[in-house]
Write a protein that binds this ligand. Structure first.
Ligand SMILES: NC(=O)c1ccc[n+]([C@@H]2O[C@H](COP(=O)([O-])OP(=O)(O)OC[C@H]3O[C@@H](n4cnc5c(N)ncnc54)[C@H](OP(=O)(O)O)[C@@H]3O)[C@@H](O)[C@H]2O)c1
Length: 139
């Protein structure tokens, strides 16, 4: 069975994805910057990978061996770059299927620095990536 990497795994959305993957017995790796905090959130049995969206090497290590990914990238002024780094790491690792979580109100053309607008840009970035199968918003 393939391994699914989940980014934003300790967040409001990601923690439920991790929980559901675990419930279904699907191998997965939960990305976090802080292993101790992630263990507190996800439980002692969680399979964790340490990485930061701003550190490409850490992302490549965290995605190694994965074939699928759920990409949740936190609202941040650098959200587009962060998502691009995650997409690049996933593609480099050989991930062929991914879901990129968008944001309510995501829309190309909104104010450049709005963290909301970045989700749409991230989606466009993902479609330009080398992933063969991608699920995300149409905008
Ligand atoms: N909440 C909702 O109902 C909802 C609905 C639809 C879409 N969204 C969108 O989904 C995205 C995530 O929302 P959320 O509410 O789940 O997030 P959240 O609760 O704020 O959690 C943020 C997550 O991102 C991780 N993170 C933050 N900065 C990081 C970095 N530099 N490198 C690696 N990981 C980093 C955090 O991991 P660590 O702290 O463990 O490192 C944490 O797991 C946002 O873009 C949001 O707009 C949210």
């Amino acid at each position: 069975m393939t391994t699914v990497v989940v980014t934003g795994a300790t967040g409001n959305v990601g923690r439920h994805v991790v929980s559901e993957l675990g419930r279904r017995g699907i191998p997965h790796r939960a990305l976090t910057r802080n292993l101790e905090r992630a263990t507190a959130v996800l439980g002692p049995g969680a399979d964790l990978g340490q990485g930061d969206f701003t550190d490409r090497d850490s992302l490549r290590a965290a995605f190694a061996g994965a074939e699928q990914a759920f990409l949740s990238c936190a609202n941040d002024p650098r959200q587009v770059e962060n998502a691009a780094n995650a997409i690049e790491a996933a593609a480099t690792a050989g991930v062929r299927q991914s879901v990129l979580l968008s944001t309510v109100g995501a829309e190309v053309g909104r104010r450049r620095r709005s963290p909301i607008s970045t989700a749409a840009s991230s989606s466009a970035c993902a479609r330009r990536g080398s992933l063969s199968w991608f699920s995300g918003p149409a905008s």
